[in-house]
Design a protein around this ligand. Structure first.
Ligand code: S3P
Length: 438
């Protein structure tokens, strides 16, 4: 599906807007959808998932589950997955992860203990992304896993795994998840600690499917040999998709945005604090918990008088927590009062594209002043930008980030390869048009 989207590239014109108002429910969170899809595929019984992500990436995970023997049915209102009850079958063809790093990395951990031969492939962008980070811990658990010059295709000859004690060398929820998913099926108790705490959806999802995970101080432990049980769940709205509209709301003095059923997991909602710090008023109208995940309704209004005149600094642990939101923050930074300074974000260079380089290229095309660093950007505020042709670099978050920057430009922008937004958020342009009244 991801590949099909990339083959049908089109451009989209975004005109400057006058207001930003409306309310919506975001499609299901991409990270949670991947995890529910994979655990449902492995579990015993029939899992029903409502508000599953509409993005192509989580559908790559579902397709891989089907290839591994699960039954996946789209019922319109929800997705049904009948799991394999702990035993994947030998897939008839390579497992196609499309554009999805999450699918490739987490799935490697999920399947490594199954005694079949697996090949994991992906599109051009995915084939450029580093995979040594998952090969190393899985090999330490005894997996027979080989890469192609550090990248996909990945070959796994599955077999029994043994528990390890693991310290994650880079902040990565995907790597943590690969180890937890492998640990769930290994001999012994796997334990893991993270120097920087990353999104904890895997921990919540594993518990929701009935696994026992313990945490003592910063160490997580999971015993092997646990059987998962199917669940019924509604996936909370995706905060990283909401990020585009939260940032847009900052740019219009009379903005009013209401987001309902939004995932507000504390490891994902640092953006709310950042947007507030940049000059927005955010009201949480209600919040509840489902399967360990917080879900709520928020109202956002711009409060320009509260905007700071000095640059907002994003570095260290905050950078890791905001990793998917940094492109849109950088893209709107010129319009903020004091600007934004981003550091410790070298990981952005190995996402679906080199996101630092592409943000820099597109800011330059719109006439912005900024400084690019190996691990970030300094973008001064108080700037006027003009329209330009934006290079999405076939990266969904770049296409959407600069669609938001385009709303405040002095002339229209053309987003080249705009359809790539479908990787995570196919409804993006429709919502953008409704919210700007265009
Ligand atoms: C994700 C983790 C992050 C993030 C990605 C989704 C996840 O990647 O950028 O979009 O669902 O665990 P890393 O784990 O590589 O930081």
């Amino acid at each position: 599906m991801g590949v099909a989207i990339l083959e049908r590239m089109s451009s989209q014109v975004i005109r400057p807007a006058r207001s930003f108002q409306g309310s919506l429910v975001l499609p299901g969170d991409k990270s949670i959808s991947h995890r529910y899809a994979m655990l449902a595929g492995l579990a015993q019984g029939l899992t029903r998932l409502s508000n599953f992500s509409t993005g192509a990436d989580p559908h790559s995970s579902l397709a891989c589950m089907a290839a591994l023997g699960a039954t996946v049915e789209d019922k319109g209102t929800h997705i049904e997955v009948t799991g394999v009850g702990g035993e994947f079958r030998q897939p008839a063809a390579p497992l196609d992860c499309g554009n999805s790093g999450s699918t490739m990395r987490m799935l490697s951990g999920l399947i490594a203990s199954h005694t079949h031969t697996f090949t994991l492939i992906g599109d051009h962008s995915l084939t450029l992304r580093p995979m040594e980070r998952i090969r190393k811990p899985l090999a330490a658990m005894g997996a027979d896993i080989s890469l192609t010059d550090g990248h996909a295709p990945i070959m796994i000859r599955g077999g029994e795994l043994t528990a390890i004690d693991f310290e994650t060398p880079i902040p990565s929820a995907q790597v943590k998840t690969a180890v937890l998913f492998a640990g769930l099926q290994a001999k012994g108790t796997t334990s893991l600690s993270e120097a920087v705490r990353t999104r904890d959806h895997s921990e919540h999802a594993l518990r929701a499917f009935g696994a026992v995970l313990t945490r003592s101080e910063s160490r997580l432990s999971i015993a092997g040999g646990q059987m998962l049980k199917a669940i019924e769940a509604t996936v909370p709205g995706d905060m990283s998709s909401a990020a585009f509209f939260l940032c847009a709301a900052l740019l219009f003095p009379d903005s009013n945005l209401i987001l309902d059923s939004l995932g507000m997991n504390p490891t994902r909602s640092a953006l709310l604090d950042v947007v507030a710090a940049l000059g927005a008023k955010i009201r949480v109208l209600n919040v509840e918990e489902t399967h360990g995940e917080l879900v709520g309704t928020i109202q956002v209004n711009a409060a320009p008088s509260a905007a700071p005149s000095t640059p907002l600094k994003i570095d260290g642990a905050l950078t890791a927590q905001l990793i998917d939101e940094l492109p849109v923050l950088a893209a709107i930074a010129p319009y903020t009062r004091g600007g934004i300074s981003i550091r410790d974000a070298k990981e952005l260079r190995v996402k679906e594209s080199d996101r630092i380089a592409l943000v820099a290229k597109n800011l330059a095309a719109m006439g912005a002043t900024f400084t690019e660093y190996e691990d970030g950007l300094d973008v001064p505020g108080g700037q006027m930008l003009h329209g330009a042709v934006i290079d999405s670099g076939t990266d969904h978050r770049i296409a959407m980030a600069f669609s938001i920057a385009a709303l405040r430009a002095t002339s229209e922008c053309e987003i080249d390869g705009a359809e790539v937004a479908g990787i995570s958020f196919p409804e993006f342009y429709k919502h953008l048009s409704d919210l700007t009244g265009s």
